[in-house]
Ligand binder design. Structure first.
Ligand code: PBG
Length: 358
């Protein structure tokens, strides 16, 4: 077939069809214009709903929530308009709303008071730390709401890094030992899913063994398998108070934005070490990675629409430059289209309300 014939059939240039064999088969069975008119299926709202390839519901959303010390607190975060840090009593109340909207799980991130941050991040393994107290309170108030706890040392480390610094370098194996103990205190507090976000090598296997040996074989691991060294984390670091203390950047452990094959190696290793679910992070700028991971491995693949993505959308919406509700839902369906099983998003509650209304 010549490229002109292909274009008449509505199949695009031959060269691009050759690179997508599945598309080629479909194009050859379609009769072509004018008998084929793709606009027919888009004519009415009910018809568009009927042929939709991806579906977004509240069940796809994980709500990342920030914690702070105190009672009755909802501290606003300037770079994330509409997002607050909750004291333990307040997160229990807010999580009740998340649950009633159909959100399956909440992911917890603590703002640790500066005086409790040390170079060895020992507060991370304190069974009475903020994250453990919140996990216990949430599980007792809402036993059927999933609780996901981040494993990484940055909230607790006076250097702001996800691991332990030795001579200015984040020491992998020393860090993994602490991460295992951190995972154990969180599991003991009732956490359902351990989510290592630190990007140390070998941590998933070590944490799996530590959990199993302590009798926590039912606790899941959702690994931040492909986590990039990203400028989109800026507002998050305001939220948990690590921006001011972070020395340097995280490029010796988080991935380089230039890499995609390497993401598959990361995911493959984490699965081999026992990850139940994997995550790609950030979200929207990395949807190509979500699609590759999903196609290659087929296991539940999550994506994290991170703080900077939230700030961009909210900031523009607040100025009237974007339609808040439509952009939120469009951004989230994009994750489903890319193959994600679900999305961690600061829009979770707002989006669930919109989805339940429609
Ligand atoms: C750190 C961690 C980060 C996020 C989740 N866990 C930030 C970082 O790596 O510096 C970012 C989330 C966001 O930006 O919303 N372990």
């Amino acid at each position: 077939m010549t490229s002109r014939q292909a274009a008449i059939r509505g199949a695009g240039p031959v060269s691009s069809r050759r690179s997508t064999p599945r598309g080629e088969t479909r194009a050859q069975t379609a009769p072509g214009f004018p008998r084929t008119r793709l606009r027919r299926n888009r004519r009415e709202p009910w018809l568009r709903r009927l042929v939709a390839e991806s579906v977004l519901t509240a069940s796809d959303l994980i709500w990342p929530a920030f914690l702070c010390e105190g009672v009755g607190k909802r501290d606003p975060i300037a770079s994330m308009p509409g997002v607050v840090r909750y004291s333990v009593d307040a997160i229990v109340e807010a999580a009740g709303e998340a649950k009633s909207l159909g959100i399956p799980a909440v992911a917890l991130f603590p703002e640790v008071p500066a005086e409790r941050k040390t170079p060895d991040a020992r507060e991370a393994v304190n069974p009475e730390n903020l994250i453990c107290r919140a996990a216990r309170a949430l599980k007792s108030a809402h036993p059927d709401l999933g609780v996901i706890c981040d494993v990484a040392l940055d909230p607790f480390n006076s250097d702001g890094h996800d691991g332990i610094l030795i001579d200015g370098y984040v020491d992998n194996d020393r860090t993994v030992e602490v991460l295992c103990r951190q995972a154990l205190v969180q599991a003991e507090a009732g956490c359902d899913v351990i989510a290592p976000s630190d990007m140390m090598d070998g941590r998933v296997g070590a944490i799996r063994d530590a959990l199993d040996q302590a009798g926590y074989d039912r606790v899941c691991i959702m690994s931040y398998a492909a986590k990039y060294a990203s400028a989109f984390y800026g507002p998050f670091r305001d939220a948990i108070g690590t921006k001011a203390v972070l020395k340097g950047d995280k490029k010796t452990y988080q991935m380089d934005a230039a890499n995609s094959d390497e993401a598959l190696r990361e995911v493959g290793l984490d699965i081999a070490e026992g990850a139940d679910m994997v995550m790609v992070k950030p979200g929207m700028p990395y949807l190509d990675i979500v699609r590759r991971v999903r196609d290659e491995f087929g296991l539940p693949t999550f994506a994290y629409q991170v703080s900077g993505e939230y700030a961009m959308i909210k900031g523009a919406a607040q100025r009237g430059w974007l339609d808040n509700d439509r952009v939120i839902l469009e951004s989230l369906i994009a994750f489903k289209r890319a193959g994600a099983a679900g999305v961690l998003t600061y829009f979770a509650i707002e989006a669930a309300r919109l989805l339940n209304e429609s």
